[in-house]
Design a protein around this ligand. Structure first.
Ligand code: SKM
Length: 292
């Protein structure tokens, strides 16, 4: 047989990640020997660094990336809180990772460590598949953290004319909009305050939701149901649960909807392709995701 691929995920609190199963199942169908390890910053004991999750553990990212490379890993996925911290430890960045300033996939190709961002490409593929002919000129993004920034780059890359960024922390929204304008040009991103959300949605083509609201630990609706109207599509980044309260309310009010599962699957498919050079079957991976 051929070689064995060895890859992994570096991050904090990653025990429940679906990445090992998603990658290994598809790799097996592609005829590969492929091992996907979890490298949890909270549990590796890789150095006597400060205990506990959070920002301090991000400092250990470089050490873990170096160790993985020395141990013969082919590549890594990188998740919270390491997506920015990993950058100084890489040799080259792909354009999307560079523009976003965040990396979720590292490929060790010979003597170089190359950083990519498949959250951006993954959301774009999911959107193209799930809402193929949706109008995207005027889009509202709720949530300007890491996931929000990735989907902002995806939507502007797909051709959104104006993205309105809304966040409960206005400074964070302004920082993201500023960086989007620098990359995509004047007027492509603007900010609005939470009280303006309803008025912005009234004339928007779509809403992308990228806050944790709707997850088990953060139940509830991130926008008032009355702000949803049939002329609006609604896309979720949250995928646990797959059917969030927001998607339920949006469907009930006649919106076309896109759940967060597609982004989770397509970012994995794009990473698998980068690690192996082989073409994963995203339909099979979506089916796996549904029963995981
Ligand atoms: O960007 C992805 C990452 O590639 C894998 C992941 C996971 O398995 O929890 C989450 C996201 O950050």
């Amino acid at each position: 047989g051929g070689r064995t691929y060895l890859v992994g995920l570096v991050g904090s609190g990653i025990g429940p990640s679906l990445s090992p199963a998603l990658h290994e199942r598809e790799a097996e169908r592609l005829g590969l020997r492929y091992v996907y390890r979890l490298i949890d910053l909270d549990g590796t004991g890789a150095s006597p660094g400060p205990p506990g999750p959070g920002e301090a553990s991000a400092e250990r990212t470089g050490e873990l990336v170096r160790a993985a490379r020395e141990l013969g890993f082919d590549g890594l996925n990188i998740t919270h809180p390491c997506k920015q911290a990993v950058i100084p430890h890489l040799d080259v960045l792909a354009p999307q990772a560079e523009a976003l300033g965040a990396v979720n996939t590292v490929v060790f190709d010979g003597h170089r460590a190359v950083g990519h961002n498949t959250d951006v490409t993954g959301f774009a593929s999911s959107f193209a598949r799930g809402l193929p002919d949706a109008a995207i000129d005027d889009v509202v993004l709720l949530g300007s953290g890491g996931a929000g920034a990735a989907v902002a780059h995806a939507m502007l890359g797909l051709g959104t004319g104006r993205l309105t960024v809304v966040d409960a922390e206005p400074d964070r929204a302004s920082a993201l909009a500023g960086s989007l304008v620098r990359h995509f040009g004047d007027g492509r991103a603007v900010v609005a305050e939470l009280p303006e959300l309803r008025a912005r949605l009234a004339r928007a083509d779509g809403l992308v939701h990228a806050t944790p609201t709707g997850m088990a630990a953060h139940p509830g609706l991130p926008v008032p149901a009355e702000a949803l109207h049939p002329g609006l599509w609604v896309a979720e980044v949250v995928y646990r649960p797959l059917r969030t309260e927001l998607l339920g309310a949006a469907r009930a009010r006649g919106c076309r909807v896109l759940d967060g599962g597609g982004m989770a699957v397509f970012q994995a498919a794009d990473a698998l392709r980068l690690f192996t050079g082989l073409e994963p079957d995203s339909a099979r991976m979506l089916a796996d995701f549904e029963d995981l």
